[in-house]
Each structure stands twice: as structure tokens, then as C-alpha cells.
Design a protein around this ligand. Sequence first.
Ligand SMILES: Cc1cc2nc3c(=O)[nH]c(=O)nc-3n(C[C@H](O)[C@H](O)[C@H](O)COP(=O)(O)O)c2cc1C
Ligand SMILES: [Fe+2]
Ligand SMILES: [Fe+2]
Length: 393
Amino acid sequence: MKLKKIADNVYMIACLDWDRRLFDSLIPLPDGTSYNSYIIKGSEKTVMVDSVDPEFSDLLLHHLQDIKKIDFIIANHAEQDHSGTIPKVLEKYPDSKVITTAIGRSLLMAHLHIPEDRFQTVKDGESISLGDKTLEFMHMPWVHWPETMVTYLREDRMLFSCDFFGSHIATTDTFVTDEGRVYEAAKRYYAEIMMPFRKMIQKHLARLAEYDIGLIAPSHGPAYNKPEFILEAYKEWVSDQPKNVVVVPYISMHGSTKRLVNRLVQGLANEGITVYQFDLAVTDIGKLAIALVDAATIVVGVPTVRSSPHPNVMYALNVANVVVPKARYAAVLNSYGWSNESTLAAVTNAIPNLKVEVVGAVGCKGLPTAETYKEVDQLVRTISEKHKEDNLI
Ligand SMILES: Cc1cc2nc3c(=O)[nH]c(=O)nc-3n(C[C@H](O)[C@H](O)[C@H](O)COP(=O)(O)O)c2cc1C
Ligand SMILES: [Fe+2]
Ligand SMILES: [Fe+2]
């Protein structure tokens, strides 16, 4: 495959990981993913922006075979899916230097054992000239690690954003063609990697709004030649305002909790609320994370197992606690055999990072009774009122 030209003397090298099915040993990848590296040939200097996952070292080196000289390798991010092939590139180009932030240098030395004398660190806002092209570096911590930065190519109005704005999708398209598919793949990426740092990203977006950006070139997924598509999506995802959405992750071994869930979901739908229901025994945990991006309320359906919430529910709650959605309200539906004393507290204790008000807990011994259903109907009304008070409905 030849280098993909995205502007004069700017090329994308996309390594397509069609068959990868799990990221960070956590999030499923139904559409695979990709690792993009970029080559910018200035009149005086040539740079590579980010490398690729070490699995694709040979492919990257194959693409570099006609490139005689690389002066700088820009490491926007030290995680191995982008930095992992840097040592091989440094070996191929013995005079090249890695440009990164000071924290980036320490992480790259720790993770890849790159010698200290191969680095040139850059401060926030610093620029370097490639002759007829200029690169400006903006430190943007926590998109995705503390060292992350983005690189702006001034003359071509191009932003190299690494994980920021990335999408988990393997595609031969250089630029986004199917916005629907990329929207979901980018939201999956955002939900796992970026959502915990939502407040920080609000600031980064405000800073980028000052720049004239004609093209966003991320290091996962296709490039955005209509950047407003992804900038608008991010603005919505990071906003403090949730949507009129309830997410219901649940488990049910013998169908009792499921009956509570069914009653609740039907009731909420009748109130005009959008509900996403996930059976945690079979669900793609990434789909749950995506739904949590917008949710105002989370209702957990859980049976008691050995005096605790079912372990699959605890796992999902741990994930929710790590990705820190902006939900405002939470509730619990529970079925138990003889005692549920510890179950309800264990659910709320598992999500200390979420700033949620607990608006209800409905428990039943075995199957729900007419009385239990009344309590579920009351919970529906409470959630609906909360959404109305917050002007979400
Ligand atoms: C492996 C297992 C362990 C259980 N442990 C408890 C328990 O510690 N305390 C309790 O009250 N019920 C316990 N139960 C009973 C269930 O909580 C009860 O059957 C409940 O109605 C199941 O809800 P479900 O039909 O939604 O799965 C246990 C059931 C199973 C299968
Ligand atoms: Fe990353
Ligand atoms: Fe990444």
C-alpha cells in the first residue's frame, strides 16, 4: 500500500487492525481499530508524527523504505499503541530525535527504554520550523495520559491529535465517509479513554476553538476533513447537561430481577424517556459505556448472590466508576432469596466517583408482587419528575 497523501507533502500511514477484538484488555472492538502515523516533509526537515503499535512495526518500516531522512519523531502520547515502534524508527534514522513533553520523555524512557540523549522536549506553545512548514505543540494532558500533547501544522491548518478525537475502526477510507459508523466508533473511544477527564477536555476544546482547523488527523480511525462533525460531537459529550436517557444494566439468573426491569423500562418509555437496557451476562461493555456518555439516570438491576450484588453487576459498576459518566441520579432494583441487607449498600458504595443522588431502591423476595410493581411505578414517576425538573424532558 502506498502512503496516503492528505495534503501537499503530508502523508498518512494507516495500519489497520481489522481483527483486534479487545482494547486495553477491557473494551470490545466490534470494528477493529487502526494506528495512524503521519509523515510531514518540510523544505528543510522531515518529521514523523506518532508511530504505531509494535504489532505493525514491519508494516511501518516497509512504508518508510523510500524516506531517506527523518529529523524528528513527534510523540504526542507515550502509550505503546503509538510509541511502540519509535525504537525501531530511531534505529533506522540514527540522527533523529524524539520530540515530546517533559513527562512524555520520562514515560517513554520507562516504557520503551529510549536513551535520554535521543529526546528534545518541547514546552506548551513551542514551535519548530521545518522550512516551509511550522509545527506548534500544545500540551493537552489527559487525552489520554498526563503527558499527552497535540501538534498543529500551521500552514496546512491541520491538527495531529493522537488519541483525542480518535475512533476504534479499521477502514481503508482516509477521510470519514460514513459519519454514523465513525460517530459510534469515536464515542466508544471517548467513553473509555476520555470521559473520566471530561472537565479537562472542555478546556482543551475551548483552546482549540481559537485555532483555524481545516483537518483533524487522529492516530486511530480515519481523518476528519470536515472537523466540525467530531468537534460538535465532543462538545456535546463533554457538556455538563445529560440527556433524557436512563441506562439500565442488569443481571437476572432466574427472571425475577428481569421482571422488575421490564416494568421499569416500559414505564419510563411511556413517560417519553429514552431507555437503554443491558443484560450484563451478554452485553458488549463498550455499548454500555457509550450509553453512559449521555445518561441522566442509571438504574441497576441486580439479584443477591452470597450476600452481595451479583459479581457481573459489580464488574459493570467498577467500569462505570472508572469512566465517570455525568449521570445525576441512580436507583437499584433487587431480587433476593432470604435477605438483601448488604446488597443495596454494596451497589452505591461501588460508585464513589459518580456524583449521583440515589432516588430509589426496590427490593423483592423472590418474584415481584403487586406491591413491588407499585414501588417500581413510583420509581418511574420519581425519575420522570427529576428529568422534568432538570428540563431534560
Ligand atoms: C449462586 C446463588 C447465590 C445466592 N445467594 C443469596 C444470598 O446470599 N442471599 C439471598 O438473599 N439470596 C441469595 N440467592 C437467591 C437469589 O438472590 C434469588 O433467587 C433471587 O430471586 C434471584 O433473582 P433473579 O431471578 O433475578 O436471578 C442466591 C442465588 C444463587 C443462584
Ligand atoms: Fe492512549
Ligand atoms: Fe491510542
